[in-house]
Ligand binder design. Structure first.
Ligand code: B3K
Ligand code: ZN
Length: 885
């Protein structure tokens, strides 16, 4: 499946490879500008492929040096080698050995794909198509090989030499200033899982004994002096290993497991076999440098990459269209892990917030695509919220539909049947169909139809008959290339909440036997009506408990129902949802009022609900982490998404600010008391309970400030001075930064100076300033681009400052287009050096069509200016073309 530039790759064109590469021997002699790579490939024709065709290996910006076939140099007439291809037009009919030498310049590799330099170390990133930037290869995930890798480097420059698998041998090179190590990976793997790291790195070590009694040596490598910050990641790794054994029966399968943290990385982390490479943001933590969210992020990403060892590595993907097979499934597994480690309802709410804020807009805009896409121009652009988060939701629904025991049986069958192979989504689903005896054909549509389904839900109570009638209709709006959609199977968890307390029994002749036992209805068609009997009084419908399907719901609940649910629902997710829905209604009316020149209403129900919430939190009747989320109003982007069209960000901002002000004023005393009560003098612990209390304390402070600016800012300064951890320090700094005051600039400067040598903390400082909802923010961001701590070549810095600015709803979407123009400048500047990050930044334009006229015009003009650039990377070209399409 070689991609010629500009040619889309299509799922229907998949063909098995014509050649297989059984074994790979790599000899890599590292040098900053002239690394020599000798690759010896044991190749044989694939009996299932076409016989006698040319061998066509992928390359990308490679410098060819020499080639040998079965030990003899190849004559120039017998092959073709260019930067992007090595072609053997007439390969031998049987097995043969091909040896190719290439030369690389890692120091000049700014794309951070292939072999590159990060700080003083060499490292690699191969997924999806980076291996071809190291050597010529069949760079596709269905070509699985064993690897033996000799790495050689200058001893002083790179005392540490790592690659995948187990360490086989090491020694001194002919040149005594250099040394080498040989790593061998016995497990067959696709080349995207290849990794090599070399440099002057420090490490911490530990060990894990597997369920069958094998001892695995664990190590985490970091920049020297950073070792102390790696212990939490190590702890998370050991918990992940134990969890995968306990919950999925999956053991680790090598003698060593190494993790390396690097500071220049295009993504979060990478699951290379036995040698995970991480963005240092997801490894390094200490109470002084990391927030509780950082700790949770580390736990989740460490688990995610570790879990890939089975879902991704042992069973990999046949082709990149199947990406969700490893990513959606592994996200689901890491979500379950974090839910087990922390509070499950809080975790679920956080997941749904991410899904709604990142995936729903993608699914509703021009970049919408199937969870399993059918065509792509640039695969790097498909590592999306749809593939990851919606992909995880599909697995979650599957588990709910067939039950946990059958789900586990299906997973066991999947591992047993596909271990050591490259699988497809169909093969995955077939395992569950087999163990459950169900036809999952309709369920498969979740993979093949883009767009978020909408459920219209109507409930009516008949007091004379004591019946409650529930009608559900599903519909999906057209998405690019898909005009009409078919109904999809989904589990709908629900309950009928008695306003006097408790759930009512679910009795209905319309349900299939056993269906209602777990309070889950299965929707299979576009409509379903069900009548419940013996319903003593009108219930409040608690629909889509636990967010059992990734859909939008349009219901007919009254605001009184929402208040009842927010207080009484046995499902914590829906208690949170009820308050969100109530606040959303109030905010939508507020936006309308503001646009019509009227003041927004003061909603007594919502004010009272917040009062009850704060009171419950103060009396310890609520999990603090849950109370924090319940107290968080829908974001500006959430409200924009609800409005859907003709969006005016300034009106949204004003409505939200007014409401927060009213809530902060109405409950000022209670908030200040809650804040005081949550002060914690015990030693710092990153555990979920302590983190929840800090989150609530920050939340109480922020809401208090919104209603009581002067007293609030004084309290924030006090918290900033007294804090002994980054969560409270940053919580205080945020409220100070987001409000104009005479002390703001001084406070921000002092923070920036204090952490001048801490890039990951500066990222927080960049992001925070980029989010200030004021007109001057644009100039501030431009100024920060020249800050000593900022670098356009570091993805974390760019994501913090520019990504942070694109999330600033009022300022990025400024009516004069200056916000879009800033993003344009960055995208065009970054594109030649790091196209992946440039393309990713540009996806901030994904909802441009929902803006009001003037802003929409400005957004379109910006996209057209980028599209008109004479040279663009395939990455940015793809995003801009689809965004305009
Ligand atoms: N599999 C990698 C992502 C690779 C992205 C390539 N553009 C990390 C992960 O999802 O675990
Ligand atoms: Zn992943």
């Amino acid at each position: 499946m070689r991609t010629s530039v500009g040619q889309p790759v299509r799922l229907v064109d998949y063909r098995v490879p014509d050649y297989l590469i059984e074994a790979v021997e790599l000899d890599i002699s590292l040098d900053r500008h002239a690394t020599r790579v000798t690759s010896t490939l044991a190749i044989r024709p694939n009996p299932a492929g076409q016989a006698g065709v040319a061998l066509d290996l992928d390359g990308d910006e490679l410098v060819f040096v020499s080639a040998e076939l079965d030990g003899a140099p190849l004559a120039s007439a017998d092959f073709e080698a260019s930067a992007s291809q090595f072609l053997l037009p007439r390969p031998p009919r049987g097995p043969f050995t091909l040896k190719i030498e290439t030369r690389l310049d890692p120091a000049a590799n700014t794309k951070l794909m292939g072999l590159y330099r990060s700080g003083s170390a060499y490292c690699t990133q191969c997924e999806a198509e980076g291996f071809r930037r190291i050597t010529y290869f069949l760079d596709r995930p269905d070509v699985l090989s064993t690897y033996r890798v000799r790495v050689e480097a200058d001893r002083a420059e790179a005392p540490v030499l790592l690659a995948n698998g187990n360490l086989e041998n090491f020694g001194e090179a002919d040149d005594p200033a250099r040394h080498w190590a040989i790593w061998a990976d016995p497990h067959k793997k696709p080349c995207y899982l290849f990794a090599l790291v070399a440099g002057d790195l420090a490490h911490i070590s530990n060990s894990f004994v597997t369920a069958s009694g094998r001892k695995v040596a664990l190590a985490i490598y970091v920049e020297p002096e950073r070792e102390e910050r790696a212990h939490y990641a190590m702890d998370a790794l050991k918990r992940s290993m134990a969890w995968d054994e306990r919950v999925y029966g999956r053991e680790y399968d090598l003698d060593v497991f190494n993790v390396v943290a690097v500071s220049d990385f295009n993504m979060g982390a990478m699951e290379n076999k036995g040698l995970n490479v991480f963005n240092d943001k997801y490894v390094l933590a200490s109470p002084q440098t990391a927030t509780d969210d950082d700790y949770a992020g580390i736990e989740g990403v460490i688990a995610h990459e570790y879990f890939h060892n089975w879902t991704g590595n042992r069973v990999t993907c046949r082709d990149w269209f199947q990406l969700c097979l490893k990513e959606g499934l592994t996200v689901f597994r890491d979500q379950e892990f974090s839910a087990d480690m922390r509070s499950a309802p809080v975790k679920r709410i956080s997941e749904v917030r991410v899904l709604r804020s990142a995936q729903f807009p993608e699914d509703a805009g021009p970049l919408a695509h199937n969870v399993r896409p059918e065509v792509y121009n640039e695969i790097s652009n498909f590592y999306t919220a749809t593939v990851y988060q919606k992909g995880a939701e599909i697995v979650r629904m599957l588990k709910r539909l067939i039950g946990p025991r059958t789900f586990r049986a299906g997973m066991d069958l999947y591992f047993q049947r596909h271990d050591g192979t490259a699988a497809t989504v169909e093969e995955f689903i077939a395992c569950f169909a087999e163990v459950s005896g169900r036809d999952l054909g309709r369920f498969m549509r979740w993979y093949t139809q883009a767009g978020t389904p909408k459920l219209t839900v109507r409930g009516s109570y008949n007091p004379a008959e004591r019946t409650y009638r529930l009608e559900i209709v599903q519909s999906i709006a057209p998405t690019p290339g898909q005009a009409s959609k078919l109904p999809m199977t989904m589990p709908l968890a629900f309950g009928l909440v008695d306003p006097q307390g408790g759930d009512m029994p679910l009795i209905s002749p319309d349900a299939s036997p056993g269906e209602l036992e777990g309070g889950v209805l299965e929707l299979k068609e576009s409509e379903r009506t069900i009548v419940f009997h013996d319903v003593p009084r009108r219930p409040a419908l608690s629909f889509l408990r636990g967010f059992s399907a990734p859909v939008r719901v349009e219901d007919d609940l009254t605001e009184d129902d929402l208040v009842v649910l927010s207080r009484r629902d046995s499902d914590n997710f829906n208690r949170w949802q009820a308050l969100q829905s109530l606040a959303t209604r109030v905010l939508l009316r507020g936006v309308k009022a503001i646009r019509a020149g009227r003041p927004p209403e003061r909603n007594a129900g919502l004010v009272a609900a917040f009062g009850a919430l704060i009171e419950d939190a103060r009396l310890g009747r609520l999990d603090p982490a849950f109370a924090t989320l319940a107290m968080t109003l829908p974001s500006e982007a959430d409200i924009a998404r609800e409005i859907g069209e003709d969006v005016d960000p300034d009106a949204i901002y004003a409505a939200r600010k007014t409401l927060r002000g009213a809530l902060g004023r109405a409950h000022g005393d209670a908030l200040i008391e809650l804040h005081r009560q949550l002060a914690d003098s015990s030693p710092f612990s990153p555990d979920a309970a302590a983190a929840g209390r800090r989150a609530l304390r920050n939340g109480a402070l922020a809401l208090f400030v919104d209603g009581n600016v002067i007293d609030g800012l004084a309290l924030a300064h006090l918290q900033l001075r007294e804090a002994d951890n980054m969560t409270e320090r940053l919580g205080a700094l945020s409220v100070i930064a987001l409000k104009p005051s005479s002390t703001r600039e001084h406070t921000l400067d002092a923070f920036g100076r204090r952490y001048a040598m801490e890039p990951l903390i500066l990222d927080k400082w960049f992001a925070l300033q980029a989010q200030i909802p004021e007109r001057e923010t644009l100039e501030r961001v431009e100024g920060l681009m020249s800050h000593r701590g900022f670098s356009m070549s570091n993805p974390n810095r760019v994501r913090a400052l520019i990504g942070g600015f694109s999330a600033n709803h009022t300022q990025f979407n400024r009516a004069d287009g200056a916000g879009f123009a800033l993003l344009e400048k960055v995208v065009v500047t970054l594109d030649p050096t790091n196209p992946q990050i440039a393309a990713r930044l540009l996806t901030a334009m994904r909802s441009w069509r929902s803006l009001e006229d003037e802003r929409r015009r400005q957004a379109e003009a910006m996209l057209r200016r980028i599209a008109a650039q004479p040279t663009l990377s395939p990455d940015v070209r793809d995003i801009v073309t689809r965004s305009l399409g």
